[in-house]
Design a protein around this ligand. Structure first.
Ligand code: BJW
Ligand code: ZN
Length: 270
């Protein structure tokens, strides 16, 4: 496993020292007048999403409810890792084949649709997602930064070519490139670096957002988990949408404790 990059260490230390604890607010479900006012007036809105936003579309989360996903006896952190891809690429592909089947049946839910609608309301609106399921784009969102890649893309380990592949189920495991090389999912596994340009843009957007939403993420996987800290330092008003508390709950101004598919449409209406 890797450790956090050195540039993030001071931020992590600040979180641990509790420098932002004063921002803690009571867990609530009510959309306050202040939030409504900020929502109406904001020009730059940034949204960080995680697996929880797709839960109501039938895509299982990795964590939550006190547990963490296990597939065929393997904790998912072991299979979705660079190490396992090197040791047993066929096993990793079987896991992704299963995930492709699940995701191919999923459709955007009310939360994805609400965000697609928000994009039309604000001068600047960016979704930064940790999800690989493509459901934000399927809902009509256009500015989507995919931190962890996309399950419908494959990358050749020999020639590096990236291509779309929507075959479900895959006929061949591991699938092969036209050059004869072995393909891998174009996603970011544990122990791998995130796409540099996408991460840089996400950090820049987080730093300049006026409102920063943290939706359906356990906020424990780095470097994505630093983005709320960057947003806070940039002066953003932070809103978390999650039925459970997370490490980010200590940082935010408001936690709307509920399902994204219910909370986001309610906020649109408010
Ligand atoms: C709802 C809901 C509803 C339910 N409505 N909410 C120690 C300290 C700091 C860092 C590290 C460390 N040890 C190791 C690291 C690094 C590691 C890491 O962060 N590990 C942590 C576990 C500690 N990170 C990495 O390895 C990253 N790379 C990296 O750091 O590179 C450095 C490097 C530099 C240079 C060279 C080489 C390396 C890579 C991370 C990649 C993560 N990949 C995965 C798999 C992607 C492919 C796949 O899908 O299989 O991404 S892991 C998995 O977790 C997936 C997710 O995107 C990610 C985050 O999960 P997410 O989205 O938060 O979902 P859940 O399931 O955790 O939470 C769901 C939430 O929804 C819950 O809170 C529910 O309550 C809520 N919910 N229903 C709203 N209806
Ligand atoms: Zn190739």
């Amino acid at each position: 496993m890797v450790s956090p990059s050195t540039s993030f260490r001071p931020l992590l230390a600040e979180m641990r020292r509790g420098r932002y604890y004063h921002c803690l607010r009571m867990i609530q479900t009510e959309i306050t007048e202040e939030l409504k006012r900020r929502f109406r007036r904001a020009r730059r809105v940034v949204v960080l999403t995680g697996a929880g936003i797709s839960a109501e579309s039938g895509v299982p989360t990795f964590r939550g409810g006190g547990g963490s996903a296990v597939w065929k006896g393997f904790p998912f952190e072991q299979i979705s890792s660079a190490d396992m891809l090197t040791r047993d690429p066929a096993l990793v592909w079987e896991w992704f084949n299963y995930r492709r089947e699940v995701i191919s049946r999923a459709r955007p839910n009310a939360a994805h649709r609400a965000l697609a609608d928000w994009e039309k309301r604000f001068e600047s609106f960016v979704i930064i997602t940790q999800n690989i399921d493509d459901l934000h784009r399927a809902a009509g969102s256009r500015t989507v930064l995919e931190l962890h890649g996309n399950i419908w893309r494959v990358r050749c380990l020999s020639c590096g070519r990236v291509a779309e592949n929507r075959q479900v189920p895959l006929r061949e495991i591991p699938p092969k490139c036209a050059c004869g090389g072995v393909l891998r999912p174009d996603v970011v596994l544990f122990g791998e670096a995130l796409p540099g340009e996408v991460l840089h843009r996400a950090q820049t957007e987080a730093a300049r957002g006026e409102l920063f939403f943290i939706i359906g993420t356990s906020a424990i996987v780095y470097p994505a988990a630093y983005l709320p800290v960057i947003a806070r330092r940039g002066g953003a008003y932070l809103i978390e949408v999650n039925p459970e508390a997370t490490p980010a709950s200590r940082l935010v101004d408001v936690t709307l404790a509920g399902k994204a598919g219910e909370v986001l449409p309610a906020l649109s209406d408010a």
